[in-house]
Design a protein around this ligand. Structure first.
Ligand code: GAL
Length: 139
């Protein structure tokens, strides 16, 4: 895993904060991802992982030391050297994922204590042009 960006919000990112990532996969992209991490126990509350060879998006969580059941999204709007914008935000029930302002999926929370989700990472094959972390709602 190659870390490209990481930000922390000690008060908790979910719900309330929106992450907007703008970037472009390189010509030989194989995968890039976004991880929402908990401040303890190496938990990944939400792993959003693109797989270019399969044109799939795999979503999952890493809790209690193991990956859970994968959720797949076959709507794959990414291409090598094609710029995109992803927004991810959460409410009390779900993470919501929008690409170029169209909603492509939602992912039901598996970590119950949302306040413990405090870090966001961007990884692997992506040339980032900007990351914006914005307060979306006041909870
Ligand atoms: C595994 C992969 C992990 C993660 C997981 C998600 O195969 O090694 O990095 O993507 O799938 O279910």
């Amino acid at each position: 895993m190659t870390l490209r960006f990481e930000a922390a919000c000690p008060g908790g990112l979910c719900p309330g904060w929106s992450i907007i990532l703008k970037g472009e996969p390189p010509s030989d992209a194989s995968k890039f991802g976004i991880n929402f991490l908990c401040d303890r126990d190496d938990q990944v509350a939400f792993h959003f992982n693109t797989r270019f060879p399969e044109s799939d998006i795999i979503c999952n969580s890493f809790v209690s030391n193991r990956w859970g059941q994968e959720e797949r999204c076959t709507n794959f709007p990414f291409g090598p050297e094609e710029p995109f914008m992803i927004e991810i935000y959460s409410d009390n029930e779900n993470f919501h994922v929008l690409i170029d302002q169209s909603k492509i999926m939602q992912y039901k929370h598996r970590v119950d204590d949302l306040k413990t989700i405090t870090r966001v990472q961007v990884t692997d094959d992506i040339n980032i042009s900007s990351v914006e972390v914005t307060k979306k709602h006041f909870y």
